[in-house]
Design a binder for this molecule. Structure first.
Ligand SMILES: O=C(O)c1ccccc1N[C@@H]1O[C@H](COP(=O)(O)O)[C@@H](O)[C@H]1O
Length: 208
């Protein structure tokens, strides 16, 4: 099965269009105000309604209130919710949309237990752990820490770049990868050349 690519941290229509043209299966919008990739829901809604079909749109939240999640999901009409904080499975599953749960790879993270706890999630997304930073760190973690039996079901994130994505896919063989900072020109602005190289490297890793 070909690895799916989600490009996260979209703040501009032109970046969404380039990502889709290069082959993104999904786009992510960050609704976490301290992030330099934050996008106002109204602006995200405009981008989302202009997308062609068959591109999954994802709304990223960090410890947001249930009311805000529900309002933003309705306003933007995203397909999928991404919870990137300390949300419980009960919280994540309380909305009228499917969700993915980000797990930050703390030392000794028990992914088998997390998989059981978040059995209602469509998938777990694995990101690097950096104390005090909820995500988007641009840092990779040690992929050997992912239990072999989970590798084909996870979304691999954290510090992926055109330089390391080929190795990541060969080593982990994940269901999907999620890239943000590694394809940026500056925070919140994607670089078309880096995006193109990233997708070329994905294809190369899969011998396409
Ligand atoms: O992008 C952010 O600013 C962000 C803020 C808070 C939580 C998550 C965030 N981004 C997500 O983190 C991972 C890894 O990002 P990177 O490729 O290392 O930059 C990815 O899912 C981003 O969407």
């Amino acid at each position: 099965m070909p690895v799916r690519v989600k490009v996260c941290g979209i703040t501009r229509l032109e970046d969404a269009q380039v990502a889709v043209r290069e082959g993104a299966a999904a786009l992510g919008f960050v609704f976490y105000e301290p992030s330099p990739r934050y996008i106002a829901p109204a602006q995200a809604a405009k981008i989302i309604e202009s997308l062609p079909p068959f591109v999954t749109t994802t709304a990223l939240f960090v410890n947001e209130s249930a009311d805000a999640v529900a309002v933003i999901a309705e306003q933007t009409q995203v397909d999928l919710l991404q919870f990137h904080g300390d949300e419980s499975a009960a919280f994540c599953g309380a909305f009228d949309r499917p969700y993915i749960k980000a797990i930050r790879m703390r030392p000794n993270a028990d992914l088998l237990a997390e998989t059981e706890a978040f059995s209602s999630a469509r998938a777990l997304l694995l990101d690097a752990y950096k104390p005090g930073v909820p995500g988007g760190t641009g840092e990779a973690f040690n992929w050997d820490e992912i239990p072999l039996e989970l590798r084909h079901n996870i979304i691999l994130a954290g510090g992926l770049t055109p330089e390391n994505i080929s190795q990541a896919i060969k080593q982990v063989a994940p269901y999907a990868v999620d890239v943000s900072g590694g394809v940026e020109a500056s925070k919140g602005v994607k670089d078309p050349n880096k995006l193109a190289r990233f997708f070329q490297e994905v294809a190369r890793a899969e011998n396409r």
